[in-house]
Design a protein around this ligand. Sequence first.
Ligand code: F6P
Length: 326
Amino acid sequence: MQPIQRIAILTSGGDAPGMNAAVRAATRAALARGWQMHGVRNGYAGLMEGVFEPLQARDVGGIIQRGGTVLGSARAPEFATEAGRARALDNLRQRGIEALIVIGGNGSQSGANVLAHAGLPVVGIASTVDNDLAGTDVTIGVDTAVNITVDAIDRLRTTGTSHKRAFLVETMGRNCGYIALMAGIAGGAEVIVVPECEIEPHEVAERLRAAYQRGKTHAMVVVAEGARCGAKAIMQHVAEHRDTIGFALRVTTLGHVVRGGVPTAADRVLATRLGAAAVDQLARGMPNVLVGLRGNEIVATPLAKIAGKTKGIDQDLLALARVLAQ
Ligand code: F6P
């Protein structure tokens, strides 16, 4: 393999707090090796449209603490077509760009895998608030998302206690219950509802009733957006059985709030390590992998192994949360 001279970087899919720290680290690590770095605007959409800009060290200054992504992101369904991908590869070739770093979650890394199969050296960086990517224990953004959800739970508990009410908080995560589980544990939730272990509205109601009877002054239900037993079904059931449950129930849907704001220190450090590791993989001539974290070690997993795969949540933690809700 010829020594690398020029690479590109993009952020794709839903933005995640910490993406900017990864762009900064990868850019400066590449520049330190004497390579040129090009930022692609708006993910795969910009790759297909050919919207690139050279990145220097100063261009990525003052962004480590900023949420979102300075490169912009997009959902780009056209990239799933052969014609779209051919345009993207052509744009890279025309600019003499020899390798690509893709910061994103599941769909984005599947796209990276397709590019790798087409012969482009690619390294993926695990980044999504959902933390559902195989090949890593944690993804960039999830720590911030969990902390935002915990903050909401803490705030709702104060008003819940004042009014002796129950609150239901719905948080993001697509089909993964990780944010709900971790925030539910850290926030001391009475009930955690996740898609990986479905429960019925009457079971939620039963746990609220039991909490009321044990003399609790509030109760928190944390629901992952992907759970079949969602906010609407639970609200309806509780409204119909209000007199036997004790608590009144109010709903707060956090939605995109969990993706916004400044990244936590943990997300900035993770993103910095993964950004530098992605450049390292290219420098060692070992592309076509996803860089992630196992324990506290950076690991590289072939994109072909993780593409289209999701990981589950820790069922033991879910069981523990239930015991601690007593
Ligand atoms: O994948 C990240 C995520 O925030 C999911 O948790 C959520 O289901 C989805 O993206 C929302 O997508 P969009 O930002 O396109 O509305």
